[in-house]
Design a protein around this ligand. Structure first.
Ligand SMILES: Nc1ncnc2c1ncn2[C@@H]1O[C@H](COP(=O)(O)OP(=O)(O)O)[C@@H](O)[C@H]1O
Ligand SMILES: [Mg+2]
Length: 345
């Protein structure tokens, strides 16, 4: 390879300056730069976009050129833009009618805030104009309806299809709800599979841009049935920075990898507590665990959600914190993640 008068780091720094139109985040952090080829004084940048807005490729091309031109020694800049159709899912057929993308929210351990994140991410997506549903797939400890303050039971139509409940602009359905008379603890193996498959066919979601599945923690029968039955757009892993949570998140990651479900990224929850009196950042469960795990799995790290007292109080009141505390850091992080998801569409 011929030597270059500039370094790869300089190119990366220049690309880091280019924000995606309408966002503060760079095209690099959005993972839109597929390849950078350096040949002598020539640089080729390959982007992969999935936007339908025609002005965006043009703007990005101009901004990349301007940013790279500032590097001394660059003689030729080529920006190649590949516009892709939305990703195909790993399971073909068996689509949930009317539902565009199904995203599993998963964790290794319970109590890491998976349901809280699923509900509030759904609200953040809905706020950006998408139609969103959340399905609570935790047969043994459903919490989505509680987190949304919904006491209403979904009703069945004449044809037996069940209509989800609406709360705060999103559609909710809970797998545990239909099981109230039976003891869920006796549902094992093949019965769980059969129930899950039947359930997924029985709900009339209507038209949804996103359906988030709040999976139970771990890698049991329900999770396996779901990843093998539902065509998933991908899975998002939620973890705390703590080592025990990370050990379990690895197992969950491995389940998705083995079943060919794309891992969209990791969200770290309870990352730190910002002391309100002096602004000091306390890493209660350790720090950077989620980021390290994302690096290890070579998947995007989507953000750090801090411990906030308001998250707990909102949960207990049955109002998603995103609605009550839209200006909080946790809401800001979730808003960013929602934007990131909509860009992946
Ligand atoms: N970032 C956070 N700050 C404060 N409390 C949180 C945060 N995330 C979750 N919680 C609280 O922790 C508890 C467990 O969260 P939950 O979403 O039910 O976890 P999981 O679904 O993973 O079992 C809930 O009481 C919730 O309100
Ligand atoms: Mg939960």
């Amino acid at each position: 390879m011929s030597s270059s008068p500039f370094s790869r780091e300089q190119i990366e720094q220049a690309l880091e300056q280019v924000a995606y139109p309408g966002f503060r985040r760079s095209i690099l952090s959005f993972g839109l730069v597929k390849e950078v080829i350096v040949e002598g004084a020539k640089v080729t940048v390959q982007l992969q976009l999935s936007t339908t807005e025609s002005s965006i490729p043009k703007r990005l091309r101009e901004e990349i050129e301007t940013s790279l031109q500032a590097i001394p020694g660059i003689e030729e800049i080529t920006v190649l833009i590949d516009i892709q159709a939305p990703l195909a899912s790993s399971v073909s057929g068996n689509q949930i009618p009317g539902v565009n993308k199904v995203i599993a929210i998963a964790s290794g351990k319970g109590g890491v805030g998976k349901s809280t994140i699923a509900v509030n991410l759904a609200i953040a997506l809905a706020r950006s104009g998408a139609s969103v549903g959340v399905c609570d797939c935790d047969l043994y400890g459903p919490s989505v309806a509680f987190l949304c303050g919904s006491r209403e039971r979904p009703h069945a139509r004449d044809d037996g299809q069940i209509i989800p409940v609406k709360a705060h602009g999103i559609s909710l359905m809970s797998m545990g709800l239909l099981l109230q008379e039976e003891a869920p603890a006796v549902l094992r193996g093949p019965m769980v599979s059969r129930y899950t498959q039947q359930f997924l066919k029985q709900v009339a979601w209507g038209t949804l841009d996103y359906l988030l599945l709040d999976l139970p923690p771990g890698t049991g029968d329900i999770q396996l049935t779901i990843v093998q039955t539902v065509p998933l757009f991908g899975a998002i892993l939620v973890t705390t920075p703590q080592e025990v949570a990370l050990l379990d998140v690895r197992k969950a990651a491995s389940m998705f990898q083995k079943t060919n479900v794309p891992l969209l990224g990791i969200i770290e929850n309870m990352s730190y507590f910002l002391s309100p009196s002096d602004g000091v950042r306390h890493a209660i469960f350790g720090s950077d665990g989620g980021r390290r795990e994302a690096d290890h799995l070579a998947i995007p790290f989507l953000g750090e959600v801090p411990l906030e007292i308001e998250i707990r109080t909102s949960s207990d009141q049955g109002v998603p914190f995103f609605l009550q505390h839209e200006g909080s850091e946790a809401s800001r992080v979730l808003k960013n993640i929602a934007q990131w998801i909509s860009l992946k569409s």
